[in-house]
Unconditional design. Structure first.
Length: 273
């Protein structure tokens, strides 16, 4: 139901018959499946995005499995099952991380794979930093000590270790979530740091561990902005038209063409490359 409503929403947007399109029908149907988002209260755009992607993935995954079963003979059942976990969502948005964990006692190395659709990046400054600084902070080695020790299979006990993340599969579209809401002195606050992000030629090769990844440079295609504080706020979006290459601002019923220079904004919260 929600996948069908989303399809109708996208069709209305691209038909070009309206100055703006309200997602009211999609929101209503989606709210039935996720009651937390049905109330007219403040919600986090990143949490909503993940729920939408998961919901669409499950819907399209079921359709894909059904189509495979209809098209293939019973003898090809194994390949049908292997495809059942994929969808257009995983093809576009899913990437793979690998966490290299090294025991500091015996130096044994182990890898822990993890799939992702959104990378949540720390913001290492309170005033100004770059997206590259955020990426460097995310992918730098970290120490696991005290309560975070690992249980080493080779040593047979809890040991200090280092962990370093790398990308083993880069998605076609990568989404960065800037962690603007942080804890400080037992209080949660919003970071208003200016994060400078490139419009093109974002090179992820320093963070990719597998040499088979060829296309490691990305261009910006959309930004979700959050203006406000912890308990209140307003979301807007900047989106690049895939045909005309012009940028547009989406602010409720106001859809306006904007210059490239206006896309760099201090309120950026989600970045789509």
């Amino acid at each position: 139901e929600s996948a069908t409503a989303f399809g109708c929403l996208v069709a209305d947007m691209w038909l070009g018959k309206f100055d703006y399109v309200s997602p009211e029908a999609f929101h209503s149907i989606f709210g039935k499946r996720y009651p937390a988002f049905s109330r007219r209260t403040q919600h986090d755009a990143q949490e909503f995005l993940i729920c939408v992607l998961d919901d669409l993935h499950e819907a399209f995954k079921e359709v894909r499995a059904q189509l495979c079963q209809e098209r293939q003979s019973p003898a090809a059942g194994a390949s049908t099952r292997s495809l059942s976990g994929t969808s257009i969502i995983t093809q576009l948005f899913e990437g793979q991380l690998s966490y290299a964990i090294r025991c500091l006692t015996c130096k044994a190395l182990s890898d822990r794979p993890e799939s992702f659709t959104v990378l949540s990046l720390p913001i290492p400054s309170t005033r100004v930093c770059s997206l590259q600084d955020c990426l460097e902070c995310f992918f730098q080695p970290d120490m696991l000590t005290r309560n975070n020790q690992i249980h080493c299979y080779w040593c047979g006990g809890n040991q200090d270790a280092t962990v370093k993340a790398s990308i083993t599969k880069a998605p076609q579209i990568i989404i960065f979530h800037l962690k603007r809401f942080a804890w400080q002195d037992k209080h949660r606050r919003k970071l208003s740091t200016t994060v400078c992000y490139p419009f093109r030629d974002l090179d992820l090769s320093p963070y990719i561990s597998t040499p088979c990844c060829k296309n490691t440079e990305y261009s910006l295609c959309a930004v979700v902005n959050h203006a406000g504080d912890l308990d209140y706020g307003h979301y807007t979006a900047f989106c690049k038209h895939s045909v005309t290459k012009h940028w547009y601002s989406f602010d409720d019923a106001q859809v306006t063409k904007i210059p490239d220079s206006a896309v760099q904004d201090d309120t950026a919260y989600l970045l789509f490359y």
